[in-house]
Ligand binder design. Structure first.
Ligand code: FAD
Ligand code: SF4
Length: 542
């Protein structure tokens, strides 16, 4: 008898899970309008996921597989259960879902009678046993998980970028070579685009009918939707972008917003591209002398290190639920029409509502500038416009512009997380919650990052070209027209001195703060408060 495999929308590949070993297994794919409506997802993300799903179904039919394609208003679990009864299917096989939200949906289905059997998810490069080998069990506040420790273990246990038992080139990481600002040294090549076909166009119409409210339109959608598209996007990145990836990894540019980033996280997160294959290609290219070691190692570290690390952080904290939760979850969702539509997912009455840790006690609502209203801060407005347009921006803009500002101002980490979840085409709970609640906002109290990633205007000015044409002055900390980042930074340190001043990595900034007079500190506080108030009211920061 044929076995049937439920393939979640983020596991669109027949080289992983039960499909890899059973060429006769049938495939069940499910489109759930309930999921689509749960947040005002960027339309480019919805299109990317659904069009890839439908193309995957057709590709598999061409390979001779039987495919059952479900599409309905109900949840995944409900639709699977109905199909199991209707077609008299035995237990349905499935890999453990990567998204916690999907796991809970399926668990509810199973509680109502759905029969599912878990199989190992071979899309990951590590297992929970690997994680426990490095860190043991448990995750409570006060613990610290160092990515470097995990990465060291992963390099040694997989043998990736290892030579005669040592790290290639003799060093674990070449991060210090990868921090150059971009001044137009090499122009990134134009990226391949993928024309919309009849399937994508049909989906576009459906999406606009079923799910009209979204942050970010599908205009100009040209992302990969087939296996062949994904392959050619990857070949392009490997040949033309990765050789230059390292040095400008942290740079931010209005002229070249994507620089040499592969921008393939969204395809990796739906398994169109498999991390192990990507890494093998990069390693081969390094050995062939096509990619310098610093770039190859930098890129591999993101996938073998950070990506796997983040997913385990999420798992081990049950989506940050094992940590102390903020007693006062954010409730002010009226800041913008978009944020008001997310209310259902955060409503305290919702069973299993998302985690709300906030170690820095940050509760202000996310201001309208994040939803596209102009703030006058060129860095923020440029990145938000890019995200609204593309559903993507690179790592440093996420960390040092969008999150840095939110942390300094005290915007709610949960609201920021939900914003990222809605706005980015590569966002899924296991990766977006770990990156925002963990790495970027310190909401987990230092479980993921050894200190909050915060900076004043000097960092943004050095690493970007935003400040040159900004009406605010990055070199001025006080008075009208000064860049608020600097005052916000000092005020943040002052506000959280109890928690942070004993942190060795913040020793120098606290020494510098200690040298400021009471009058200076007061002036900085007033400057910072004025900027937060203007942002909150949706006004231009002056
Ligand atoms: P590259 O810079 O080329 O890196 C290669 C790959 O490494 C990426 O495709 C990605 O798969 C992986 N990677 C790198 N860093 C991370 C990381 N910190 N966590 C997980 N994977 C990583 N990544 C997501 O995939 N989804 C998210 O929702 C997401 N939200 C983020 C939110 C914040 C606040 C921050 C600071 C980072 C977030 N990241 C997220 C991580 C990272 O920014 C993106 O993976 C990366 O920018 C994607 O672009 P790229 O494919 O060009 O990546
Ligand atoms: Fe951003 Fe300040 Fe630079 Fe303007 S001056 S772009 S607000 S860092």
């Amino acid at each position: 008898e044929r076995s049937w495999v439920f393939v979640p929308c983020d596991r669109l590949n027949d080289r992983i899970g039960p499909l890899a070993t059973d060429s006769d297994a049938g495939i069940i794919l499910v489109e759930s309008h309930a999921k689509g409506k749960s947040r005002p997802y960027h339309h480019k993300k919805v299109l990317l996921v659904l069009s890839n799903m439908r193309h995957f179904a057709l590709e598999q039919i061409e390979r001779g597989r039987h495919v059952l394609y479900l599409n309905g208003p109900e949840s995944y679990g409900e639709q699977l259960f109905a199909a199991q009864q209707r077609f008299r299917l035995g237990s349905i096989l499935s890999t453990r879902a990567a998204e916690r939200e999907l796991r809970k949906d399926l668990e509810r289905g199973c509680a109502s009678g759905l029969r599912l059997e878990d199989r190992p998810d071979t899309a990951w490069l590590s297992t929970s046993e690997d994680w426990q080998e490095v860190f043991g069990k448990g995750a409570s506040r006060g613990r610290q998980f160092l990515m470097e420790r995990f990465y060291r273990y992963m390099r040694r246990s997989t043998g990736i970028l290892m030579e005669d038992g040592n790290y290639a080139g003799g060093k674990l990481s070449y991060d210090e070579q990868n921090r150059e600002p971009y001044r137009g040294q090499i122009t990134p090549p134009p990226r391949p685009t993928f024309a919309q076909d009849a399937i994508t166009i049909e989906l576009l119409e459906m999406m606009q009918r079923v799910n009209p409210i979204a942050f970010g339109s599908a205009d100009g959608f040209d992302l990969p939707v087939t296996e062949a598209d994904a392959k050619s996007a990857w070949s392009f990145a490997l040949d033309r972008l990765l050789p230059f990836f390292g040095p400008w990894e942290d740079a931010m540019s209005t002229q070249e917003p994507m620089l040499f980033h592969s921008a393939l996280s969204a395809l990796m997160n739906i398994s169109r591209l498999l991390p192990r294959e990507i890494i093998a290609d990069v390693e081969t290219a390094y050995h062939q002398g096509k990619i310098p070691l610093a770039s190859a190692e930098g890129f591999i570290r993101q996938i073998l290190g950070w990506r796997e690390f983040m997913r385990h952080i999420h798992d081990t904290t049950d989506g940050f639920r094992t940590l102390p939760q903020s007693p006062d979850p954010p409730s002010n969702r009226e800041a913008h029409a978009y944020s008001a539509t997310i209310v259902q997912t955060i409503d305290p009455a919702t069973p299993d509502r998302p985690a709300t840790p906030s170690a820095l006690d940050a509760h202000l609502p996310l201001p309208p500038a994040y939803w596209g209203d102009r703030s006058g801060m060129r860095c923020l407005d440029t990145v938000v416009a890019q995200v609204r347009d593309q559903g993507w921006s690179h790592h440093i803009t996420r960390l040092m512009v969008l999150s840095n500002l939110a942390v300094l101002c005290g915007f709610s980490p949960r609201e920021l997380t939900d914003w990222f979840w809605v706005a980015y085409i590569d966002a899924y709970d296991w990766v977006v919650e770990s990156n925002v609640l963990g790495m970027a906002t310190f909401a987990d109290g230092g479980l993921t990052a050894t200190k909050p990633y915060v900076s004043g205007a000097a960092y943004i000015n050095r690493m970007s070209d935003y400040c040159g044409k900004c009406p605010l002055d990055p070199k001025k900390a006080l008075g009208p027209g000064s860049c608020p980042f600097t005052a916000l930074y000092w005020t943040f340190l002052e506000r959280h001195a109890d928690l942070l001043q004993s942190n060795q990595r913040l020793r120098m900034p606290y020494i510098a703060l200690g040298k400021k007079s009471a009058a200076d500190r007061k002036a900085l506080r007033e400057r910072a408060e004025a900027a937060v108030a203007q942002l909150g009211r949706g006004e231009i920061v002056t």
